[in-house]
Design a protein around this ligand. Structure first.
Ligand SMILES: [Zn+2]
Length: 506
């Protein structure tokens, strides 16, 4: 299937684009990085460069400093070898076997026919290979880290063993950003927590009523947590709390949200309303409480279109949760802190600490009998001590609401990359960008996880920036990568490396 004429020949930087085209011919979606690791490893062997490959197929290549510049501290370059495999509905592309079909438009945007391009992060792999192949002179010792499975959970960064690889650099340029002119200088860490409420059941005695809230705008719990989106599960908690003052009910079933890192868009609860004569009143009051929420000025307009439906079911349920369980669930729904917990003191507009109650669900046994109600949430912060505090807070919450702090279980904790008020690398990148292009990069810190957080935690005190050329619509078949932006970014990386060759003190 390979095309004899390279699509990218004739464009600059020729070496980077030639490596990029090679990479695009090798299938390399997340979890399938063996072949691309073979390619990178062979590249190093052909040039007699020191190369370390681990069991997950991370590859680490070292290039010695230019002669006379051995005293300059080593610099690490880093990017990931995997790409997201998305294709159009009518495409018969097989990501396991087929190379990508590249094309370039008049403005120099590269894309792939019907599929993702994997500019994220193939262009980083290509830039690193081009530098190792023909480094700018002079240059310091360069260590290139090619990680796997960034897109599916940063698995390569997790598995990387710096001591085994012989990594020594304390300065790192991560090449996994998607906007030229933006310099990322920090990212959030995080963890997942499940709080489980054991269910004690009792025979249902009232009328079963189902309440559904649906159609909230949702969103990403890292990127959009400060934008005022309503959490459907918390909204349901508010309605139930208000009704609890006037009606005697037990919960039968609760279910809301789908992912712990997505703001829930919907929530459904079925209750056993013990005062059967008041079912119509109950339904009316649910609607009235929903309208109170809708009329709050602080609700964003996209959320105001939510729907609230109430169904009085024809049949009584066999079992309801007893008062103690119902009380525990309502307490948790009310008391778990959700949304922005604090803002950064240093970076304007940056969320420092947040939580998203992403899923609530009823766990049932083989006969459909409820055994537990599980709350799953994601907490984010760049600060380890914030996360420690959140662990204790949620254990205390579980103790207060369920009688046992061990009903809170934490998992998948990952470290953040805290914004460093002093960063010689950030200053140098900014100065070189201003000198070459008259462009002062915008410094950003993001409230989502990056490989830099994990690598920073493993490597110890590191001076890190994350940069990259312009890309559009990554992770979709419309993904595009700008050739002129690749050229400027590559020249900037090379110029910064040359400056670092002369540095003694970074
Ligand atoms: Zn990426």
């Amino acid at each position: 299937m390979s095309d004899p004429t390279p699509i990218l020949s004739g464009y600059e930087p020729a070496s980077v684009l030639s490596f990029f085209e090679d990479i695009c011919a090798i299938p390399h979606v997340s979890g399938d990085e063996r072949a691309i690791a073979d390619y990178v490893e062979q590249f190093a062997k052909n040039r007699c460069l020191s190369c370390y490959r681990d069991s997950v197929h991370n590859v680490f290549i070292k290039l010695p400093a230019s002669i006379g510049y051995e005293s300059a501290p080593a610099v690490m370059l880093q990017g990931h070898t995997d790409m997201v495999g998305e294709k159009t509905a009518d495409s018969d592309h097989d990501f396991a076997t087929d190379g990508l079909r590249l094309k370039v438009d008049a403005e120099g945007w590269i894309s792939a026919t019907d599929t993702t391009l994997g500019g994220d992060d193939g262009i980083a792999v290509a830039m690193m290979l081009a530098i190792l192949d023909s480094p700018p002179e002079p240059h310091p010792a360069i260590e290139c880290l090619f990680t796997v499975s960034e897109e599916t959970g940063l698995e390569g960064a997790w598995a990387f063993d710096p001591a085994a690889a012989g990594a020594t650099a304390r300065t790192m340029i991560n090449l996994d950003s998607e906007a030229e002119g933006v310099l990322t200088a920090g990212c959030s860490g995080g963890m997942r927590t499940d709080i489980t409420v054991p269910v004690t059941g009792e025979p249902a005695e009232g009328v079963a009523v189902t309440l559904t809230l649906d159609g909230f705008s949702g969103g990403h719990s890292g990127v959009e947590i400060h934008e005022g989106h309503t959490n459907a599960v918390k909204a349901m908690g508010r309605i139930l709390l208000a009704l609890n003052e006037k009606y005697d009910f037990g919960l039968i079933l609760v279910s809301g949200g789908g992912k712990d890192n997505a703001i829930p868009r919907d929530c459904t609860v079925t209750v056993d309303l013990r005062d059967t004569a008041r079912a119509e009143d109950f339904a009316r009051d649910v609607k009235a409480e929903a309208e109170k929420l809708r009329s709050e000025p602080n609700m964003i307009s996209a959320d105001k279109a939510f729907t609230c439906t109430v169904k009085i079911l024809p049949e009584t349920s066999a079992l309801s949760m007893d008062d103690k369980t119902t009380h525990a669930v309502l307490s948790l729904l009310t008391l778990v802190r959700d949304g922005v917990l604090s803002m950064s003191a240093h970076v304007k507009g940056l969320v420092a600490h947040s939580r998203n109650l992403g899923i609530i669900k009823t766990i049932t046994d083989g006969e459909g009998k409820p055994t537990a109600v599980k709350f799953s949430m994601s907490t984010r912060s760049a600060s380890g001590s914030h996360l420690d505090d959140s662990e204790r807070e949620l254990e205390m919450l579980a103790l207060a609401c369920t009688g046992d702090g061990e009903n809170a279980a934490h998992r998948a904790r990952y470290p953040g990359w805290d914004y460093a008020p002093v960063s010689p690398l950030r200053d140098l990148w900014t100065a070189v960008s201003e000198r070459l292009y008259g462009m002062t990069p915008k410094v950003e810190v993001i409230h989502a996880g990056l490989e830099c957080g994990i690598l920073c935690d493993k490597l110890g005190e590191m001076d890190i920036i994350s940069v990259g050329p312009d890309m559009k619509d990554i992770h979709t078949p419309r993904e595009m990568l700008s050739i002129p932006s690749v050229e400027r970014t590559y020249r900037l990386v090379c110029a910064v490396l040359t400056e670092l060759a002369g540095s003694e003190s970074l």
